[in-house]
Ligand binder design. Structure first.
Ligand SMILES: Nc1nc2c(ncn2[C@@H]2O[C@H](COP(=O)(O)OP(=O)(O)O)[C@@H](O)[C@H]2O)c(=O)[nH]1
Ligand SMILES: [Mg+2]
Length: 385
C-alpha cells in the first residue's frame, strides 16, 4: 500500500473490503482507525476512512428510519436552482437568515442548539429559487459534526455564517479546518484528476495538464497499489501525486463557498469586518449582513448565482412563446446539454437550433449542438421527432 500500513492495519482494511453488511463495514473501519498509522503518508487514507465511516453511519440511520416508515432529516433532497447549506457555529444567525429571506417558518432562539434538524427554505432570486438548508450549529465536541459536514458535502455551495459579535477570524479558521479534516476543500484546486474505472484494458494515463512530481509509471503503480488494474486517468491543470491519491480514494472534494459576516449591527462590527477582509478577503466572496435589521441580504442571490456559475436558458417551440421558467445549467453548457435536459430524442434527431440572446451573433442565429449557451438565451430546437 502507498501509505505503508502495518500488517494489522492492512488486515482491518481487508476486513472492511470483504464485509457484506453496513454494520460489519462500520465495525471494520472503526477498528482500522484505531490501529491506522498517524504519519503524514497515511493522511489521505485516514481522511478516506473517516469520511467513509460517517457516510456508512448515515446510511444505517436512513435505513433504520425507513423501516419505521420515516425518513432521515439529514438527507435533504435538492429543490430549485441550487442547494446552499448555511454552516456556522451555534447562534451565528443561520435560522435568522432563512427567516429573513424565505417563507419558511424557522425557530430563532438565543439558546444554542435549537436547530438540530436542518431547517429548509426557498429563497427567491429573479426568476429562480435557491434552496437554503441550515446545518445544525457546529462546535468542538458536539455529537452531530459529521452530519452537518455531510450536509455541506451534498450541497452545491456552502455559505459560512460568521458571528460578528464574536471573533469571525477564529470561526472561519475553525469551520475551514473542520471541513478540510473531512475532505471538503474550499480552495479551488489548480488541477483535476478524473479516474474512470473499466472492466479490462489496463491503465491508461492521459496528461492534458501537468503532473508536477511524478510520471505516468508512478501513476500506474499507485493505482495498482490500490488494486485498480483497469482505468483511464485524465489529468487536467496542475496536479501532484498526492492529488492522484486523493482522487483514487475519493477523499477530497472542492466545494464553492461564500462567507456571510452576520450581525453587522452590533457595536464594533465594522472594525472586525475590516480585520477579516485584510486576512481572508481574497478567499471567497464576503457579504456583510444583519439578519436582524434585514440589511445586505439582497446580495445573497446574485452572489450565489455568480459563484455557482449558473446559466439560465429559456426554451421555445417554433412560433411559440418562450418558456416562463428557465432551465438551469452550468457555465460551459452547450445546445446539446439543453436538448438532453429536455429529451434525449432531441439530441438523436437534432437538425439545428435557433438562438436569441447573449450568445447569439444576431437574433435567431442558427447553431449546432456544440454551440455554448449563455445566461438569458432563448433556444428553439428543431429535430426529427
Ligand atoms: N444583533 C443581531 N442579532 C442577531 C442577528 N441575527 C441573529 N441574531 C440573534 O442571534 C441569536 C441566534 O440566532 P439564530 O438565527 O437562532 O442562530 P442560529 O443558531 O445560527 O440559527 C438570536 O437571539 C437572534 O436574534 C443579527 O443580524 N444581529
Ligand atoms: Mg438555528
Amino acid at each position: 500500500m502507498p501509505a505503508n500500513l502495518t500488517p494489522e492495519a492492512q488486515a482491518k482494511l481487508a476486513e472492511y473490503s470483504e464485509a457484506k453488511t453496513v454494520e460489519a463495514k462500520i465495525k471494520a473501519l472503526e477498528e482500522f482507525l484505531k490501529v491506522a498509522p498517524k504519519h503524514k503518508g497515511a493522511e489521505n487514507l485516514l481522511y478516506w476512512a473517516r469520511r467513509r465511516l460517517a457516510e456508512l453511519k448515515e446510511q444505517l440511520e436512513t435505513e433504520r428510519r425507513k423501516k419505521k416508515g420515516g425518513r432521515n432529516p439529514f438527507v435533504v433532497e435538492k429543490e430549485g436552482a441550487a442547494q446552499v447549506v448555511l454552516f456556522g457555529i451555534p447562534n451565528s444567525g443561520k435560522s435568522s437568515i432563512i427567516a429573513a429571506t424565505t417563507r419558511a417558518k424557522v425557530e430563532i432562539s438565543p439558546r444554542p442548539y435549537t436547530t438540530l434538524v436542518p431547517a429548509v427554505g426557498m429563497m427567491p432570486y429573479e426568476d429562480i429559487h435557491f434552496q437554503l438548508v441550515e446545518a445544525p450549529g457546529v462546535a468542538p465536541g458536539v455529537g452531530w459534526l459529521h452530519r452537518s459536514v455531510g450536509l455541506v458535502r451534498n450541497a452545491d455551495l456552502v455559505a459560512l455564517v460568521l458571528d460578528l459579535s464574536l471573533n469571525p477570524i477564529k470561526q472561519y479558521k475553525y469551520l475551514k479546518e473542520l471541513l478540510e479534516e473531512s475532505g471538503v476543500v474550499l480552495k479551488k484546486p489548480e488541477g483535476r484528476v478524473e479516474i474512470n474505472r473499466e472492466r479490462a484494458g489496463g491503465i491508461k494515463v492521459v496528461i492534458m495538464g501537468e503532473l508536477v512530481d511524478g510520471d505516468v509509471d508512478e501513476v500506474k503503480n499507485m493505482l495498482r497499489a490500490y488494486r485498480i488494474h483497469s482505468a483511464t486517468v485524465k489529468i487536467f491543470g496542475k496536479v501532484s501525486m498526492d492529488d492522484v491519491e486523493k482522487a483514487i480514494l475519493g477523499t477530497h472534494q472542492y466545494k464553492p463557498s461564500v462567507i456571510i459576516l452576520n450581525k453587522a449591527d452590533v457595536p464594533g462590527a465594522e472594525e472586525k469586518v475590516k480585520e477579516f477582509l485584510k486576512e481572508y478577503g481574497g478567499e471567497a466572496p464576503v457579504l456583510v449582513v444583519s439578519a436582524k435589521e434585514r440589511r445586505g441580504l439582497e446580495e445573497l442571490g446574485p452572489t450565489f448565482f455568480k459563484v455557482l456559475e449558473l446559466v439560465r436558458v429559456y426554451t421555445k417551440r417554433p412560433n411559440g412563446p418562450k418558456a416562463d421558467k428557465p432551465l438551469i445549467l452550468k457555465k460551459g453548457a452547450t445546445v446539446e446539454d439543453v436538448a438532453r435536459s429536455i429529451h434525449s430524442r432531441m439530441v438523436e434527431g437534432f437538425k439545428f437550433a435557433k438562438v436569441w440572446g447573449p450568445s447569439a451573433k444576431y437574433p435567431g442565429e442558427r447553431v449546432g449542438l456544440e454551440h455554448e449557451v449563455a445566461d438569458g438565451d432563448v433556444v428553439e430546437i428543431h429535430y426529427k421527432g
